[in-house]
Design a protein around this ligand. Structure first.
Ligand code: ADE
Length: 385
């Protein structure tokens, strides 16, 4: 299987909205003595999104290459397995597939696995690299029969690119307008049958004509701790790093349901073990190392704690609107919504109600906050009906 990647944005590409630079936490712990591994606050360590090219290259070597090797997402794997078998029997290409869910859960990996299982090429690109009609036309015209075209961040495609994709997806045809206005003619060019795999963290931002053209729409879920434990053990083996099941579980618990974070934490713990001349990572080494990186036992960082504490203390537990929370914490509203909230909702530390966010008693307990006003929870229960 050939992987042809063109994820770099074109020169005229729309740039993603700049995220506000993170403030440093108020007190950065300093190493007790210079020979010790520095106690570091690495704000990126728990971010599921990555823009680090080096990390992306390293991820390549850790990717599972078959559905059998892929850990977790049991239901989704079942759906894909049936789709693959049926397409093979009919000797057809796979239906177009839309994968959605938080970043770092394995959308690209699944597209590559589909290509391997089908014995076809996978062309990888992302919406920011497809801003002009020429960008998408060039890619579509070079596809071979059965190929998979993976478009990341597909919700960011410009309208003109989307409209080129409609006949390409539906009838495997390109409609090219030649000439101008009254004399314009549409020329149709046939395309080989291919499979579009679209990936998005914001399925609600997709237009319905685009969403409706996907035969399969599938959600990726956060991983369970036991699944992440297996992923950490598998990665440790690839990296020739010895780890006990308890050490792997300690890392898995802090990985926010996300394999990318689990693998990143493992690498940091491996550094710590190496500096301390430990040749086996056990639970104690893993948890000491992660304390140094300021990753708490549930994988919360200081921004998560700031958000929850602000809600509890300044807003009496909520409900609080996103704007007010952003203003009080100095965090960007989009970052709160797309980076922090999904995991806090997942672990039940935050509820979203029509009147705003409420902090839960579980979150207060974890943060050691007293004076729980569970009005927010009562409210959310009532609103859930
Ligand atoms: N590495 C990252 N994600 C993985 C997964 N889902 N299964 C196995 N190894 C992985």
């Amino acid at each position: 299987m050939a992987i042809i990647s063109s994820k770099q944005p074109a020169a005229n590409a729309e740039q993603p909205p700049k995220e506000k630079k993170k403030k440093s936490p108020k007190s950065v712990p300093q190493p007790a003595n210079p020979t010790q591994l520095a106690s570091v606050v690495e704000p990126e360590i728990l971010q599921a999104e990555t823009n680090n090219p080096e990390e992306k290259i390293q991820e390549e070597s850790l990717r599972p290459s078959s559905l059998q090797e892929y850990i977790g997402q049991k239901d989704l794997k079942g759906v894909l397995d049936i789709a693959i078998q049926a397409a093979k029997v009919r000797q057809e290409s796979l239906d177009h597939l839309l994968l959605y869910g938080p970043p770092g859960l394995g959308k690209t990996t699944l597209a590559l696995i589909l290509a391997t299982e089908m014995g076809v090429n996978c062309k990888i690109t992302a919406a920011p690299a497809l801003q002009g009609p020429r960008d998408i036309l060039g890619i579509l015209m070079r596809l071979q029969p059965g190929d998979i075209l993976f478009i990341d961040e597909i919700h960011r495609l410009p309208r003109i690119t989307e409209e080129i994709l409609y006949p390409a997806m539906e009838d495997f045809r390109l409609d090219i307008t030649q000439g101008k206005e009254a004399t314009a003619k549409i020329r149709s060019i046939p395309l080989p049958k291919f499979t579009l795999v679209g990936a998005t963290t914001k399925v609600g931002s997709l237009t319905s004509p685009l969403r409706d053209r996907f035969g399969l729409v599938q959600k990726l879920r956060f991983y369970e701790v036991d699944e992440l434990t297996l992923i950490v053990q598998r990665t440790a083996e690839i990296l020739h790093t010895a780890i006990t099941p308890e050490g792997a579980a300690e890392i898995a618990r802090r990985a926010r349901g996300t394999p990318r974070i689990a693998n990143r934490l493992l690498k940091r713990v491996r550094d710590y073990a190496q500096v301390k001349a430990c040749d086996l990572i056990d639970a104690e080494i893993a948890s000491t190392a992660m304390e140094i990186y300021n990753v708490d036992p549930l994988g919360l960082d200081w921004v998560d704690r700031l958000l929850l504490t602000t809600m509890a203390e300044q807003f009496n537990g909520g409900p609080v609107g996103l704007e007010a929370l952003a203003a009080s914490t100095g965090e960007d509203r989009q970052t709160i919504e797309s980076v922090y909230e999904p995991y806090l909702l997942q672990i039940g530390y935050l509820h979203r109600t029509p009147r705003g966010r409420v902090v839960t008693a579980a979150a207060r307990k974890h943060l050691g906050l007293k004076g729980a006003n569970d009005g927010g929870e009562q409210l959310s229960l009532l609103e859930k009906g």
